[in-house]
Design a binder for this molecule. Structure first.
Ligand code: ADP
Ligand code: MG
Length: 407
């Protein structure tokens, strides 16, 4: 048995969250907003090194139904969490586990807090109901989907000026990142929120993580009878936080030894010929090698998409090969894969995928495969069987196409 996690349709999502709102608060919401989860096609662990990422918005979204209040109170309910929570916008403070704003409400009120810090608002409180079909903690950014849906709601209540332009959306991205870092207390680089707020249907964004500029590149899987299959490995992830911090630290140390502010500044072809290269430990060299080669792969992937859009001819074989190479680099040099992720990519490739790789931070979470539509049943079957044989949790599949940003 293969388990497919279907996205809510826009109508289903809006209806469900409206019902939840009405049943909880006893009156009807004034608006519904939603924002997508994201999947990164290539460019992993490059964001904090000033590199490039290539994420797209998923059809799986988080929906919020809201009504403004006349005080600063926020009353929240989520179909994915228990009970109604109440928090005042005046109680929001930087992360501390004893804070009344701890737990999932931090992702919501943190956004208003961050926008106010940036000089927007002041905002009134909200009654808010949340429902989502973005898997939790699967590396598909349910956290960003929640923040960005809420950002859309608050901005719209103030006239919607930020949501109306890409540069305004970039302001909302920053507020969501601040909310997640400072109030929810989770490290995040900004790729997730940029994807959720700035993507376009049918396109990936080529995100320059140094200056946050984006290019929209067509990712027309449909016309080539291809699909991007997302596999939530449902691997239990332990140690993730410490490992993420350790990778960041290794990159920072290596950059300072090599005399650059960010690893993106290293010369792609000759970084290992720099005199200081020998001062790096073997592990640091491997980490740098991943970052530099991943940045090169991401740029090549982006140029192949640009070229494809111009000529009408996409080199899917090469795009798949770049995904495979990305996974190998993350497995061998960056050491952030795990048995579930490695099993998934092997099984998918064996069943005909053009390319497969882990996506997101690693140590569990999700993987993706570029698959001909006709091969999707064989690939899902092969991955499910390989997981059963290895005694892993049953994987969940999502059929992904590049969807639209928050609105
Ligand atoms: P990911 O972003 O990969 O899904 P995170 O750990 O970053 O995983 O974010 C998951 C957290 O975000 C949840 O534990 C919860 O606190 C919050 N969250 C996300 N979606 C919802 C939701 N629909 N309702 C309530 N909280 C949510
Ligand atoms: Mg997250």
């Amino acid at each position: 048995m293969v388990t497919l996690k279907q996205a809510f349709s826009l109508t289903e999502g809006a209806t469900q969250v409206t019902t939840l709102f009405t049943e909880t608060f006893g009156y009807a919401p004034t608006a519904v907003h939603s924002a997508p989860g994201r999947v990164n096609v290539i460019g992993e662990h490059t964001d904090y090194n000033g590199g490039y990422a290539l994420p797209m918005a998923l059809p799986h979204r988080t929906y919020v139904a809201v009504a403004p209040r006349t005080d600063r109170l926020v009353r929240l309910i989520s179909a994915q969490e228990s009970g109604v929570r109440e928090v005042s916008l005046d109680q929001v403070d930087t992360f501390d586990s004893a804070n009344p704003v701890s737990g999932w409400p931090a992702y919501v009120v943190g956004v208003a807090w961050a926008l106010e810090q940036a000089g927007y608002g002041p905002y009134m409180g909200l009654d808010i109901a949340v429902d989502s079909c973005v898997p939790f903690g699967a590396g598909l950014s349910s956290s960003a989907a929640l923040e960005c849906a809420v950002a859309a709601a608050w901005d719209t209540l103030q006239g919607g000026a930020l949501l109306a332009t890409d540069s305004g959306r970039a302001v909302l991205v920053n507020a969501c990142v601040q909310a997640e870092n400072q109030i929810a207390g989770a490290p995040t680089g900004g790729m997730d929120q940029a994807a959720s707020l700035r993507c376009q249907a049918g396109h990936v964004i080529f995100l320059d993580c140094r200056d946050q500029t984006v290019q929209h590149l067509p990712f027309d899987l449909n016309s080539a009878d291809l699909e991007l299959l997302v596999v939530d490995t449902r691997a239990p992830h332990a140690l993730v936080d410490g490992q993420y911090a350790a990778r960041r630290q290794a990159c920072e140390t290596a950059a300072s030894i090599l005399g650059v502010a960010l690893l993106v500044e290293l010369p792609a072809g000759s970084y290992h010929e720099l005199p200081a290269w020998q001062q790096l430990s073997a592990v640091q060299q491997a980490r740098v090698r991943h970052v530099v080669t991943e940045i090169a792969r991401t740029k090549e992937f982006a140029s192949l998409l640009t070229e494809g859009a111009q000529t009408g001819n996409f080199d899917w074989e090469r795009l798949g090969a770049l995904m495979n190479a990305s996974h190998e680099s993350l497995r061998v040099d960056y050491e952030v894969t795990c048995p579930e992720l490695d099993t998934m990519v092997e099984a998918a490739r064996g069943a005909g995928a053009l390319g497969a790789r882990m996506t997101g931070g690693g140590f569990g979470g999700s993987a993706i495969a570029l698959v001909h539509t006709k091969d999707v049943p064989a690939v899902t079957q092969a991955v499910t069987e390989a997981f059963a044989q290895a005694g892993f949790n049953e994987p969940h599949f999502l059929r992904a196409f590049p969807a639209e940003a928050a609105f």
